[in-house]
Design a binder for this molecule. Structure first.
Ligand SMILES: [Cu+2]
Length: 410
């Protein structure tokens, strides 16, 4: 079981202090006490990777997402007992002056893994900082104390090379007096660094330290596939078209989108040929559900929302676009493809041609990169330079860096 695996991992840590802390972590030990123990280790803490990898394996990695919750009860959301789940996350330096979170050091990605829990559950995250930067993990939507805040303001962060535990709690909706209800934690939330570069994690955000956090209500419909889309300054998942992710599903599959906004600009998220109810789940709950049905929604810095759609429902398979609907943003590369294959997984007519056209699309940034005969690696280097440099206008077309601006360097 994961708990035992994590305990054994802690038990062999060189620092010694860490071992006892993790062993007793299941008993509700105050986090602040644990931080003190880590600090007394003198910063020489070495976590045995093999053991932690085993722990991650036990938790089950499926498509880059870890489903922390194990309860699958579809009953009404009453006072169900929550469970405490423990995972280890790694913050890792990636090529091109980027950073990512991963469930193993080798699998860190931008965005990081989708973390999930059910209302009432607690998630204990042991964050291993493998970098030489100060960083943290800060959640939206869930409950936490100041020492799991992830903000330097609260002295809550990982020093370079440090391992630290963060505890995220959640709760169910409760009825209060007068037909009023206190909302539960369920929602499409997100997590991100809050300590790299500035006290607000500005550098960590621009360089990729972010991911999706889903808190489900018991009985929620589970998806077949999940896509995390992060509009981060003028990029999508820190990429610009045509290198933005192509999300794929087969006709009829239940697809869950988690959309997150970061950076310094306002955006609007749009998916072609699919629409959803603008509520917690994206589903209408009955013929009188007043939720508006939309196919476009504001996605501003710090915002997040999610919804499920049935791929190709009412429209059929095809290469559909998703993009920011601020025109200057889509024109400079904030666009990608949602490929709905046939139900048997084969390509529908015309889809490959559409993808080829997209890849040849004259996005300003892509065109400039081609004109300069730059390799993708060179383009990546240019991006990182721009990220570390001064702000540039998004309307300054003609260089590979035009889509990267507003970054805050170290
Ligand atoms: Cu935009």
């Amino acid at each position: 079981m994961p708990d035992a695996a994590l305990s054994s991992a802690g038990a062999v840590s060189a620092g010694g202090a860490f071992a006892g802390s993790l062993d007793s972590a299941g008993g509700g030990e105050p986090v602040i006490g644990r931080r003190g123990a880590v600090e007394s280790g003198g910063g020489a803490e070495q976590v045995r990777r093999r053991s932690l990898l085993a722990a991650a394996g036990v938790l089950g990695l499926t498509g880059g997402a870890v489903t922390v919750a194990t309860t699958t009860s579809s009953g009404p959301a009453k006072a169900a007992e929550g469970v405490t789940k423990k995972i280890t996350m790694y913050a890792v330096a990636l090529p091109g002056n980027q950073f990512g979170y991963g469930l193993t050091p080798e699998t860190a990605t931008i965005p990081g893994p989708v973390l999930e829990m059910y209302e009432g559950d607690t998630l204990e995250i042991t964050l291993v900082n493998t970098t030489n930067q100060r960083l943290s993990i800060h959640p939206h939507g869930v409950d936490y104390s100041t020492d799991s805040d992830g903000a330097p303001f609260n002295n809550s962060f990982n020093a370079p090379g440090e391992t630290r535990k963060y505890v995220w709690r959640s709760h169910e909706m409760t009825a209060t007096s007068g037909r009023r209800f206190t909302p539960g934690s369920a929602g499409y939330w997100h997590y991100h660094d809050h300590a790299m570069g500035t006290d607000h994690g500005t550098a960590g955000l621009i360089k990729g330290l972010y991911g999706a956090l889903i808190v489900r209500r018991r009985g929620d419909i589970l998806p077949d596939k999940q896509f995390t889309v992060v509009f981060n300054d003028m990029q999508i998942n820190n990429k610009v078209a045509p290198n933005t992710p192509m999300f794929e599903a087969n006709l009829g599959q239940r697809v869950e989108w988690i959309a997150i906004g970061h950076g310094n600009f306002f955006h609007t998220f749009h998916v072609h040929a699919h629409r959803w109810a603008d509520n917690r789940t994206g589903y209408l709950e009955g013929p009188s559900d007043p939720s508006p049905v939309v196919d476009n929604k504001d996605l501003n810095p710090g915002n997040s929302f999610g919804f499920q759609v049935v791929a190709g429902e009412a429209v059929g398979p095809g290469a559909w676009m998703y993009h920011c609907h601020v025109q200057s943003h889509s024109d400079t590369g904030m666009a990608g493809i949602f490929l709905v294959r046939n139900a048997d997984g084969t390509m529908p007519p015309g889809a490959q041609e559409a993808i080829d056209r997209f890849n040849g699309h004259q996005h300003a940034a892509a065109a400039a990169a081609k004109a300069g005969a730059q390799s993708q690696a060179n383009a990546g280097a240019a991006q990182s330079q721009a990220t570390a440099g001064a702000a540039q206008s998004p309307t300054t077309a003609g260089t590979a860096q035009t889509h990267v601006h507003g970054g805050t360097g170290q």
